[in-house]
Structure formats: C-alpha cells, structure tokens
Design a protein around this ligand. Structure first.
Ligand code: KG4
Ligand code: ZN
Length: 340
C-alpha cells in the first residue's frame, strides 16, 4: 500500500503549528511556535495579537515542518487544517493559508475539528490504538466526554455547562497571582501544597450525569480568597492550588468511572492540554487499571496544541475521501462530530 503523507496546520489559539505525519500514525516533524510569552504580558490570550502573530509565523513554520521532515510540498498527499473551534481571526489565518496552498499545489484540502484533533493525538502515541473507545478531552476551551465509535464517528456523552477545566485552572492561577498560563503553574504549586487544606465543591449537573460544571469550583476558590482577605487570614497559594487540583481530579474521575461502567468501554483515551497534568494522568490511569480498562494518553507535547494531531485527524478524512471545498470557512463554535 502506498504511504500517505499529510501536512497539518494549526492556528486556532496562541500556537502557530505545522507538522508532517505519515499514514496518520508517525510524526515526521512537529513544529510549534508558541506565543505564550507575548500573551503573558496581558494575563491571557489577546485575539488580535494572536492573529497578527499567526500571519507572521505561518510561512516559516510550514517551511520548517517540511524541511525537518526532509520532504517537499509536492510529496504531500493532503493538507489538513483546523477550521474550528477557536478564535475566528486566528483560525482564518490557517484556513486561508491552507486553502491557498491546496489551490496552488493541487493537493486535497482536509478540514479538521480541533477537538477531534486532540483525540487523534492518541493515534500518534499509540500506533496500535483502534476505536471503539471512551475519550475525555480536557483543554483550555473544552471539556468533553466522548464515545468514539469508529474513526471519525463520535457520540458526545457529556460536556461542560460553563467553564472548561483548563479555563478554571487559568482563572484560579490568576486569582492566586501565579499568572498565565495557569495550568502548569497550578500543577507546580500544588506539589508543595496540602490538598486537604480546603474542601472545594465537586459540582454535579442536575439531570445530566455526564455533564461538568467548573464555574462553581472557581467561585468557591475566589470566595475563600476574599474571605481570607477580609478576615486578615493568611492563605498559602500552594494549599489552594493543591486543593483545587484535587477537586478537579475527583470530578473528572467520577464522570469517567460512571461512563466506563455504563458504556462497558474496554479502552480509555485522555486528550487535550490539561491532560499533560501529571496528577490527572495518574488518577485516571489508576482508575482504569482498577477497572481492567486499557489507558492511553499522549506524551505532553502532543497533549497541548500542535499540528501533528491535526495531520492525524486529517488522515482519517483523507481515508474517508472527505475532501473540503475552497469555500471552507473558519467556524469558531464548531461542535465535535459536525462536518463543514
Ligand atoms: O489543548 P490546549 O493546548 O489548548 C486548547 O485547545 O484550549 O490546552 C490549553 C489549556 C490551558 O488552559 C492550560 O492552562 C492547560 O491546558 N494546561 C494545563 C497543564 N498544561 C496546560 N492544565 C493543568 N495542568 C497542566 N500541566
Ligand atoms: Zn487545543
């Protein structure tokens, strides 16, 4: 069988990324230009700055991805690009660039949903992985519990009703003065804290056993901080971080445990930027081991935003012959499983 090479392009938030992936499984190059230091100045992602930076970086990043894979554009079989969800201005840079590249090279255009990309990162880290499996996608913008029935076939069981789990990490980090990006900083601080210092709520969503709510947890942290300030009580950041992280771990494990029981899934796949958190990885791994379920999670560099995962998801589109039209547009609120 002929090998298939996909060039992936990602620009949905604050990373400009490009990668070359062979047969949807093997990463030949994975170039990521992060804008984090730029946005740190403002305490979060500034959409207009993100778009401008993507415009500057897209050409060198794509060139570097081809060069470091030792390949040329003419050797690619398809060009995969994230078209949603994400920041509209940021998405448009990648989409416009990929369309132009596809038009000029004659290579098929493959439209990829960013969340489906996060799940597909597991096909890169675990070459033998095949659907069906249960997946939890936890990132800065998304918290989804999904049944992956087959390649490119998704049934959403639960999602967040308010903040995504990564968003809660970022907001709590800001509140305790750790700055942006909050996730890794909370994780680091939590290692030095007492996770039983505070008992934060683990919200359930009425009427929907698989849904999540993180805004209550975030508010509970803010209330604790406000109360401490008013009463002049000293608060250790590390204890807040550890107690908050413990509450997140507990909520995630609770929903996954129920979903594993009720779906009878034999494999569980963790995905998204927050899954680079060691405490979350370990807790879900232990849960799966106890239940005799195979546990998979990509290495941290494939958990946070990258284009190799977009190429891996693009390969599925390629195999299904689902080629995008040049009328493809950015869809900021694209839902998982939705097609352009
Ligand atoms: O998947 P991702 O790179 O971008 C989105 O699609 O949103 O995820 C970014 C999110 C941010 O909220 C960041 O704080 C969080 O992932 N994150 C973490 C860790 N590393 C990144 N959260 C907790 N612990 C970490 N180690
Ligand atoms: Zn992401």
């Amino acid at each position: 069988m002929k090998d298939v090479y996909i060039l992936g392009i990602e620009s949905s938030c604050d990373e400009t990324a490009a990668a070359v992936v062979k047969n949807g499984r093997e990463v030949l190059s994975n170039i990521i230009s992060s804008q984090v230091p730029l946005h740190t100045l403002y305490g979060g992602v500034v959409p207009e700055i993100a778009s401008r930076k993507h415009t500057e970086k897209i050409v060198p990043v794509v060139s570097e991805a081809l060069k470091s894979a030792g390949m040329t554009l003419s050797q690619m079989d398809g060009i995969a690009v994230t078209y949603g969800p994400g920041l509209v201005g940021a998405l448009l840079i990648g989409v416009s660039f990929a369309k132009a590249l596809s038009f000029s090279s004659g290579k098929p255009l493959l439209a990829v949903n960013h969340i489906e990309g996060h799940i597909a990162a597991n096909f890169l880290s675990e070459p033998e992985l095949r659907p069906p499996f249960l997946s939890l996608v936890i990132s800065g913008g998304h918290t989804h519990l999904v049944r992956v029935d087959d390649y490119g076939e998704f049934t959403v069981l639960g999602r967040t009703c308010d903040d995504a789990v990564g968003e809660a990490f970022d907001k709590v980090a800001r509140a305790i003065g750790l700055g942006y990006p909050g996730g890794p900083k909370i994780e680091k601080a939590a290692k030095l804290g007492d996770e039983n210092a505070y008992s934060f709520p683990k919200a359930r969503v009425e009427g929907s056993v698989y849904d999540f709510s993180f805004s209550g947890l975030k508010s509970a942290v803010l209330n604790t901080l406000n109360k401490a300030e008013m009463t002049g009580t000293e608060v250790r950041k590390e204890d807040i971080a550890a107690s908050f992280q413990k509450a997140c771990v507990s909520v995630l494990c609770d929903r996954v445990s129920l979903a594993l029981k009720e779906t009878g899934a034999k494999q569980f796949v963790l995905a998204g930027g927050v899954s680079s958190n060691f405490a979350i990885r370990e807790a879900l791994k232990t849960l799966c081991e106890k239940k005799g379920v195979a546990f998979h999670v990509p290495e941290p560099v494939l958990c946070t935003d990258n284009a190799a995962m977009i190429a891996a998801a693009g390969f599925i589109e390629y195999e299904k012959g689902r080629f995008a039209k040049f009328s493809l547009n950015a869809v900021p609120n694209l839902k998982i499983g939705e097609k352009e």
